[in-house]
Ligand binder design. Sequence first.
Ligand code: NAD
Length: 249
Amino acid sequence: MRLKDKTILVSAAGQGIGRASAIACAREGAKVIAVDINEATLSSLPDECPGVEVHRLDVCDRNRIAELAGKLPPLDGLFNCAGFVHHGTILDVSEEDWAFSFDLNVASMYRMSKAFLPGMLEQAKSNGSASILNMSSMASSIKGFPVRALYGATKAAVIGLTKSIAADFVKDGLRCNALCPGTVDTPSLRGRIAAADDPVEAEKNFIARQPMGRLATVDDMTPMVVYLLSDESQFVSGQAILVDGGVTI
Ligand code: NAD
């Protein structure tokens, strides 16, 4: 039980990496608070994993975040997982696209971290550690990828925010790291494949960019999520950690 006695909040927990992470953390003994904007997907989570507490939350809604932070016990772990993949070069990015992606992919992490940080610092003081994990990506943050101009800009910003939080609170026992996955088979990836002009070719191309010859599964991600939220990683902070099947070798 690597997360025994820890209270961990996971965003985007309705599906994909967030959902798998919420389940993995609960199975390692954490009290998991799972949030998502999609009540329908979220509501089936406690059936799949009894004990997980669910709350509908839009991570762009500052007031609701503050309300929830006021109600919940202090957190030991916060996994800011919510994000959106914009497809296109810089020429395809409208002002509205830019504002939307930065709001969801970056400002949400600022809001969530700021709201939950005071409680996390209390936890770190009494228990010796607390951990924030921010979802970045291999795409553009580490290596440039075509048609990911806006997405890459947001995920690079996530790494900057992560390093700043890590630097500011390293002496207080609070760690902050970023996870940079390769291409993971999730409902939204399936949506991106289906939306392509030639979905069969699109899937082949997604697989071809992974040197290991396959897409990642959500279960390829969860061991690193558990590690970074557990005390096993207590000497690790401010890192952008790649789990990318060798893409950036
Ligand atoms: P997904 O895209 O399939 O699901 C995203 C979840 O986020 C959904 O349940 C959705 O309802 C929720 N969500 C969307 N807007 C929200 C909001 N405003 N407030 C709260 N919840 C909201 O899941 P995924 O593919 O696992 O992606 C999760 C994260 O991982 C994203 O940040 C994504 O950028 C990142 N990521 C994904 C991949 C990949 O290949 N799938 C690779 C690298 C990074």
